[in-house]
Design a protein around this ligand. Structure first.
Ligand code: SF4
Length: 719
């Protein structure tokens, strides 16, 4: 039996795993006791990785050879790499030559490794000449990115998991880590046992499992996060709890925000958020954390995720929270700071490699001419394109409109996960070429592929990922690729080299690497002098010293645990910026025609669209089928009993779901887990929950409002 250290492929906690294998078979998995994210722990998803790996094979969910769909509407037929690679290359090149480079869209994934991302990004921006490359991380983390940049000047989470141990208050908002990031909550429980004085405040419209643990649960009305933050700042100013010396020395823009929050009185904030004034005051006291007896300030750490991010005002919601940290000097010290939680294993690494429509390598901005020139020089090109690329929703809208002719989709399932599925299906049907590069043959998107390319997955892949606390970990292969599956970077590289022969004949190759380490070394070179400088790190150091947090510039003995300890930020003047915004309304507030607020969230034992977790029966023990959670009053008003089917209508589509009485939701609110796809929901639910959701997105982050939809409910009538 062999043992291989690697990283869990699910959430952004980034737990270390030890894979047990015999020959080409993964036989077991356990937590890596040496990994600083989890110290040996795994949750229900991580601890069943070996079972899902084998179930994917036995249940024929793995894609094991290239497949071609000769005619749309018919099933795909077995093909080969020798047939697929030249055919795809030629069709891509034809589309580029006839319609221009922006007729191609690459849609990638926060589950790809940093090395995969680097190759895809260089292929799109360096070779094809389009910035139309975006990632499903747009659906989960782009508002956190934009929030950090708007306030702190860089996409760099300043805090770390060890801060749980030092925090006097842990503030969780728009997140249910008890289910979505379970190992972090075990660490939080440890911290609370060691420090029984530590306060836990949870802000969430639902009474989640995390909220049930809290000393104070602020059950706000959906979409009122900014009003709450402004109301808290109003009280902090009134009570004298702000850190005026920190504000004066290290920030700018406070006066405008101070004037703004004057109108967010406790009474007005209570009206807007649906909270009690006394609870708002208690929350302000615990966030500001000024010891009444000594006047000493104790640290506050905030954790947040999709409840802030997946919103038309996602950037403003993130920034409103960071405003509080800056106003109280709660940043850059042990136990204090904002710490966004990533939903995918490598949402961070994708940002580092610049694999988004608005970014370039190493956190450079596409809109910045100096950054474009730097990347062009690094890649040995005269320039990189300056036209903004299409972000996730925009890319599929452009394909639905006929503007994008080729979609190359890798390791993600937009036919389930993007909002407004009717539009997404139009896009996949209208595109002239749809390439789906996947480990799993069973995704909803695979059905639309002209070419299905089998990719390696966890247990087979080799490279790196970065977790929520900026920690880079190795992903190592324990077994050879299944069937004819190939690594994502290698598939991209093969097509890139073929495309070079058509698009840049005779020019030296841009893709002179042939291993994950060589790709990573080129990526590393792009980080020199940047906020995420990792020029002091290498594969051998990761192997000998274990996972490291960035930055780790040349000469550093290890990575840095937390940022901004000296009070200098990544802005031109070194000062953090307060973000002044009014409380913004939901994209689609409930109204007389659609009187329910539908929110979406995650289950404990499922992950994303379930292509991996959905292969294992035991992971359905926690919740076996989709349902819509409703308050007891609404169940009575709609004359529903538990299990009755209810029709859920939004402005974009309909679903039928079993209703369940739940004390987690307030009256006029409903909740559905986001994992269920059309296969489970059946006719009428082809796109799963996203049949209903709204494609409206934040103008700064372009992240859609997946968290909230106005819906109408009525008891389903059996035919
Ligand atoms: Fe994997 Fe996240 Fe669970 Fe850790 S907490 S085992 S990273 S799913």
């Amino acid at each position: 039996m062999a043992e291989t250290k690697s990283t869990c492929p699910y959430c952004g906690v980034g737990c270390g795993v030890v894979i047990e294998s015999e020959g080409a078979q993964i036989t077991g998995v356990r937590g890596d006791p040496d990994h600083p994210a989890n110290f040996g722990r795994l949750c229900s998803k991580g601890s069943t990785l070996h079972l899902t790996a084998s179930a994917a094979i036995t249940r024929q969910a793995r894609l094991l050879q290239p497949m071609q769909r000769l005619q749309r509407g018919q099933g795909p037929q077995a093909s080969s790499w020798d047939a697929a690679l030249p055919a795809i290359t030629n069709q891509l090149a034809d589309i580029i030559e006839h319609h221009g480079p922006d007729a191609v869209g690459l849609y990638v994934s926060g589950q790809l490794l940093t090395e995969d991302y680097y190759v895809f990004n260089k292929l799109a921006k360096g070779l094809i000449g389009t910035n139309n490359i975006d990632t499903n991380s747009r659906l989960c983390m782009s508002s956190a990115v934009a929030g950090y940049k708007a306030t702190l000047g860089a996409d760099a989470p300043p805090a770390c998991y060890d801060d749980f141990n030092d925090a006097a208050t842990v503030w969780v908002t728009g997140a249910n880590p008890a289910w979505a990031h379970p190992v972090l909550v075990r660490r939080l429980e440890d911290a609370r046992r060691a420090n029984p004085q530590q306060k836990l405040v949870v802000v969430d419209p639902r009474r989640t499992e995390t909220a049930a643990m809290a000393d104070l649960h602020l059950q706000i009305l959906p979409g009122t996060d900014i009003a709450l933050c402004h109301g808290l700042l109003h009280l902090m100013l009134w009570e004298g709890w702000t850190d005026n010396a920190y504000i004066a020395a290290h920030t700018s823009g406070f006066e405008a925000l101070k004037a703004r929050v004057r109108e967010y009185t406790p009474k007005e904030t209570a009206r807007m958020t649906g909270l009690q004034e006394a609870d708002i005051l208690q929350a302000a006291r615990w966030f500001a954390n000024v010891d009444a007896a000594t006047g000493q300030r104790l640290p506050t750490l905030s954790l947040y995720c999709q409840g802030l991010n997946q919103s038309r005002s996602g950037t403003a919601r993130n920034a409103a929270l960071i405003n509080l940290h800056l106003a109280c000097g709660q940043i850059g010290q042990p136990g204090a700071g904002p710490l966004s939680l990533t939903g995918q294993p490598n949402a961070m690494g994708g940002r580092e490699a610049g694999g988004l429509a608005n970014l370039l390598s190493a956190h450079r901005d596409l809109a910045n001419p100096a950054h474009r020139a730097e990347v062009a020089a690094l890649w040995g090109l005269p320039s990189v394109p300056d036209k903004p690329g299409k972000t996730a929703v925009e890319m599929f809208q452009a394909a639905a409109d006929g503007e994008i002719k080729a979609l190359w989709i890798t390791c993600t399932n937009p036919a389930q996960s993007l909002p407004d599925q009717a539009m997404v299906q139009r896009a996949l049907q209208r595109a002239e070429l749809v390439v789906v590069q996947e480990a799993f043959a069973t995704t909803a998107t695979a059905k639309y592929a002209d070419w299905l390319l089998p990719a390696t997955t966890w247990g087979e892949k080799d490279g790196t990922v970065t977790n929520s606390e900026r920690r880079i970990s190795r992903v190592r292969p324990a077994i050879p690729p299944a069937g004819a599956a190939r690594h994502d970077w290698a598939i991209a590289l093969d097509i890139a080299r073929r495309l070079e022969a058509r698009l840049r004949p005779g020019a030296p190759t841009l893709f002179g690497f042939d291993s994950p380490e060589a790709i990573w070394n080129e990526h590393r070179a792009t980080t020199r002098g940047r906020d995420l400088d990792i020029t002091g790190l290498s594969y051998p150091i990761l192997d000998s010293q274990g996972p490291q947090q960035w930055p780790m510039p040349a000469g550093a003995a290890s990575g840095r645990a937390r940022l901004y300890e000296d009070g200098r930020f990544e802005t031109p003047d070194g000062r953090a910026r307060f973000f002044d915004t009014a409380a913004l309304p939901l994209a689609e507030p409930r109204d007389a025609r659609f009187p329910f607020s539908l929110t979406t969230g995650r289950l404990r034992d499922q992950w994303h669209g379930g292509s991996r977790t959905g292969t294992l029966g035991r992971l359905f023990g926690h919740q076996a089928e989709p349902s819509i959670d409703l308050h007891v009053q609404d169940m009575a008003r709609l004359r529903l009993q538990d299990g009755d089917l209810v029709q859920v209508h939004s402005r974009r589509g309909d679903l039928v779901l079993p209703a369940v009485t739940s004390d987690s939701v307030a009256p006029t609110q409903a909740h559905v887990a986001m994992h269920w796809g059309g296969e489970v929901l059946g006719a009428g639910g082809a796109g799963g929950i996203n049949t209903l959701t709204n494609p409206a997105f934040c103008p700064l982050s372009k992240q859609p409002e997946l968290k909230h939809t106005a819906v109408r409910l009525q008891k389903a009538m059996l035919p």
